[in-house]
Design a protein around this ligand. Structure first.
Ligand SMILES: [Zn+2]
Length: 348
C-alpha cells in the first residue's frame, strides 16, 4: 500500500514537471508551399522583416526542424522574459480567483446593468463566466468580447477589465458610453481558457486553442474542452459581432484565416473592412484579413464564429507584449479604448 501511494506521488510529481509548457520561437523564411505546411502544424505568430516568427513546443522541435531545417532560433523559451515581468509585478496581475471575485464584485455593484452568466466548466473544474451587460429591452445586437484564449496573454484580461469598468462607470454620466450600452447587449468573457490562464501557459493540453476550432475544410476538427464549451455557447447565442482579444502585434483582423481567399459574400467583406479600418483609425494598428496580415491560420475563433453563425468576428492583437511590466498597462488600455468603443458602436 505504502509503495503504491509513493508511486502515485512520484508519478503525479513527474507529470507536473512534464506539464511545464516550453515554447521555442523560430524565424522561418521558406517558400510559400513549405510555409503553408508549417502553418498547418505550428503557430505562425507574426510577420518579420525577413520571414515569419513561429512558435514550436519543445517536444515538437525535431518534427519542426525536419520541415524547416534552416529555421533560426530566436528564443529558447518564449515565456522567460514575460514571466520575469510577472514576477516583478508580484501579485498585481489577476489570477483566476481574482478574475472570479472581480466579476462578482462588478455584478454586485451594477445589479441593474449586469448579470453574471456561466456557460460551462473547464477540465480542471473552473467555471466559464460570461458577464452580460444590458440595460434591458429586446432585439438589440448581441456582442461578445473575449480575452485570454491563450492563457499567457495576461494583458488582454487586464485591458478587458479596465474597459468594462469604464463602460459601466460611464453609464448615465458619459453620453457616448450611455448610448453604447442603451442600444447593445454586451457579453464579456475575460478568460476563455481558465486552466491555462492559471498556469500562465499558452496552450491547452498541448494544443493551441486558437487553432482548435473546426473550419469549413475541416468541420470535425478535434478540439479542447474550453473551445468546445465556447462553440456550444456561441452557437446558442448567435452573436451579431465578436471581438477576440489577443497579444501581441498591433493588428485588427477579420476572417478568413484558413484561406488566403476572401469570404464569398462581398457585402460581408465590405463590412469587415469598414469595421477594422475604423477600429484602427485612432491607434494606427495594421488592419486586414487574418491570412494575409499574418499568415494562414486554420481553426481560429474568428473563422468559426463567422462561418457558423454569420457573426462579424474580429480578432485583435494588442500591444507589443503578452505580459508587459505592470506599469505599462494604462498606456495599453489607452491605445485599446477607442478601438473597443468603435467596435461596439459599429453595431446598431
Ligand atoms: Zn493569442
Amino acid at each position: 500500500m505504502f509503495i503504491k501511494v509513493l508511486l502515485l506521488i512520484v508519478l503525479t510529481f513527474s507529470t507536473t514537471i512534464f506539464a511545464a509548457e516550453k515554447i521555442r520561437s523560430y524565424q522561418v523564411s521558406e517558400n510559400p508551399l513549405k510555409m503553408d505546411k508549417i502553418a498547418r502544424q505550428f503557430e505562425v505568430v507574426q510577420k518579420l522583416t525577413h520571414g515569419f516568427e513561429v512558435y514550436v513546443l519543445e517536444e515538437d522541435v525535431e518534427a519542426f526542424l525536419k520541415i524547416a531545417p534552416h529555421a533560426v532560433l530566436l528564443e529558447k523559451n518564449v515565456h522567460e522574459n514575460e514571466l520575469q515581468n510577472l514576477e516583478k509585478s508580484a501579485t498585481q496581475y489577476r489570477d483566476f480567483a481574482k478574475v472570479e471575485s472581480d466579476l462578482k464584485t462588478i455584478a454586485a455593484t451594477y445589479p441593474k446593468l449586469t448579470s453574471l452568466d456561466t456557460y460551462g466548466v473547464s477540465k480542471e473544474g473552473r467555471t466559464l463566466y460570461s458577464l452580460k451587460v444590458s440595460t434591458g429591452g429586446e432585439n438589440k445586437p448581441k456582442l461578445m468580447v473575449t480575452a485570454a484564449t491563450h492563457g499567457d496573454e495576461l494583458i488582454t484580461t487586464e485591458v478587458l477589465f479596465s474597459l468594462t469598468n469604464e463602460l459601466l462607470a460611464g453609464y448615465g454620466k458619459d453620453s457616448r458610453l450611455t448610448k453604447i450600452l442603451d442600444s447593445r447587449d454586451i457579453y464579456i468573457i475575460p478568460v476563455v481558457s481558465p486552466d491555462s490562464f492559471e498556469a500562465r501557459e499558452r496552450y491547452v493540453q498541448r494544443q493551441d486553442p486558437n487553432r482548435s476550432y473546426p473550419w469549413p475544410e475541416n468541420p470535425t476538427n478535434k478540439t479542447v474542452d474550453v473551445i468546445e464549451a465556447m462553440m456550444n455557447y456561441t452557437n446558442k447565442m448567435k452573436f451579431t459581432g465578436s471581438l477576440d482579444l489577443h497579444a501581441y502585434g498591433r493588428l485588427v483582423m477579420y476572417p478568413w484565416g484558413y484561406t488566403k481567399k476572401a469570404p464569398v459574400n462581398t457585402a460581408d467583406v465590405g463590412g469587415f473592412k469598414d469595421i477594422v479600418q475604423s477600429m484602427a483609425k485612432d491607434n494606427q494598428y495594421t488592419a486586414g484579413q487574418i491570412s494575409t496580415t499574418i499568415y494562414v491560420a486554420e481553426g481560429s475563433s474568428a473563422d468559426y464564429f463567422y462561418w457558423k453563425t454569420g457573426t462579424k468576428a474580429i480578432a485583435v492583437e494588442i500591444g507589443r507584449e503578452k505580459i508587459p511590466s505592470y506599469n505599462k498597462i494604462p498606456s495599453i488600455v489607452n491605445e485599446s479604448r477607442e478601438m473597443m468603443w468603435t467596435f461596439l458602436e459599429y453595431f446598431n
